[in-house]
Design a protein around this ligand. Structure first.
Ligand code: GLU
Length: 430
């Protein structure tokens, strides 16, 4: 089954519990607009290459389209459509007043093969092509896999230059709200970088309270990018034992179950990474040498006997092939779409709780909303205000989902989709 069809299955399942007209479900199963274009990139060597960019503007029932921009060699239209669909559900679950808009964009490129100058040229050219289709009240991109504040800053700069000659009604001070996840000095929000990880932590704390689980709990985290590394640090500082972490090169596992000092792991990763500030590569594997026999593969990490498994990298990692072997009590999805629909069924049968992406990783887009709001209103929030407001929102969404989960006796994913359907239907006057 292709990834988009698999994503839609969850919507269909929720629609069984919350009846809506067929045309509405069809509307939510179809992106409003898909944009795909080719553009040229000049390499440092002078060589010219063709690149392909995507943006899917899924549905703007609740507000401007909103969602991240991903740089990855495996980006394709099916993936971008799925990511945009999940953004629609996520924004509805997060109940962000502007947030009904969803979109997701991507460039099919391996950013690690580019120099920083090439990365900048790629970003600026992509923005030039996309400029007529984005804007603070139309479609607001943000960071995602392999993109960050520096890249968002280039986008604002290029966007402002590009629309300068057009008679835009957007006020000058509002223009920087064209993207979120910018650097703080360029209008970004304090706390945005850690927001996805912190938001996840707030939900996890609420969940274990409800389940009456006692700390210390063991955790395995797949992925050590922005999301994985931040949630690892936060959990480490809050009494969880992070016993396994991984990046694209492989995983390290502390068999003693004492858990890693995540500060050390991060330091090691930062030291080994290159193109600092853009994304780090280099690796936790180097640290693994110290732990010698603790070197395992990404696949093995998923099957460890831990309390909580956190996929925090890419989609489709828990599938019908490995779901039977998962031994965690809770799968806590910080990546978008890490569990396939088939795997969901298997995990359900095994009694493994799956906390869905559209709730767990919504902290990022929630603080994106706070950033957008600060830009439009000309405000600057303190970190304490951002984090407090984030905590409130995450708790509220979790409570709503918990209630539906109990009342309708459905799993957490279906409960989250029912909540999203309720909000979308309400907005559509149904
Ligand atoms: N890329 C993030 C996500 O998947 C953030 C999106 C945003 O802030 O708009 O939720």
């Amino acid at each position: 089954m292709n990834i988009f069809d698999s994503a839609l299955l969850r919507l269909k399942k929720a629609a069984k519990y919350y009846h809506l007209p067929d045309w509405f479900i069809k509307q939510l199963s179809t992106p409003e607009r898909t944009i795909e274009f080719n553009f040229l990139l000049k390499r440092d060597s002078g060589k010219i290459e063709m690149r392909r960019g995507y943006r899917v503007q899924y549905n703007n029932l609740l507000g401007p389209y909103k969602g991240g921009l991903r740089y990855h060699p495996k980006v394709d239209m099916d993936e971008v459509k799925s990511l945009a669909f999940w953004m629609m559900i996520k924004n509805a679950v997060a109940d962000i007043p502007f947030g009904g808009g969803k979109g997701k964009g991507g460039i099919e490129v391996d950013p690690r093969s580019l120099s920083e100058k090439e990365l900048e040229r790629l970003t600026r050219q992509f923005t030039k092509e996309l400029a007529p289709n984005i804007g603070p009240f139309m479609d607001v991109p943000a960071p995602d896999v392999n993109t960050n504040a520096k890249i968002m800053d280039w986008i604002v700069d290029e966007y402002v230059r590009e629309i300068k000659d057009q008679k835009s009604k957007i006020k000058k001070n509002e223009l920087k709200a064209v993207v979120t996840g910018k650097s703080v000095k360029n209008g970004g929000s304090k706390g945005r970088e850690e927001a996805t990880g912190l938001g996840g932590f707030f939900v996890l704390e609420e969940l274990i309270k409800k389940l009456k689980f006692k700390k210390p709990l063991t955790v395995a985290i797949q992925g050590f990018g922005n999301v994985g590394s931040n949630i690892a640090s936060i959990l480490y500082k809050n009494g969880f034992k992070v016993v396994a972490v991984s990046d694209v090169h492989g995983a390290i596992y502390d068999k003693s179950d004492k858990g890693f000092n995540i500060d050390l792991v991060r330091k090691c990763k930062e030291e080994k990474g290159f193109l600092s500030g853009c994304y780090c590569i280099g690796s936790v594997c180097d640290l693994a040498k110290k732990y010698n026999d603790g070197l395992i593969s990404n696949e093995e990490l998923l099957e460890l006997p831990v309390d909580i498994l956190i996929p925090a990298a890419l989609e489709n990692v828990v599938t019908d092939k490995n779901a039977k072997k998962i031994r965690a009590k809770i799968v806590f999805e910080m990546a978008n779409g890490p569990t396939t629909a088939e795997a969901d069924e298997i995990l359900n049968k095994k009694g493994i709780m799956v906390l869905p992406d559209v709730l767990c990783n919504s902290g990022g887009v929630i603080v994106s909303y706070f950033e957008w709001l600060q830009n439009i209103k000309g405000q600057k929030w303190s970190l304490a205000k951002v984090n407090k407001s984030l905590q409130k929102k995450m708790k509220e969404s979790f409570e709503e989902i918990w209630k539906i989960h109990k009342e309708k006796k459905v799993n957490f994913r279906t409960a989250a989709y029912i909540l999203a359907l309720q909000r979308l239907a309400h907005k559509a006057g149904l």
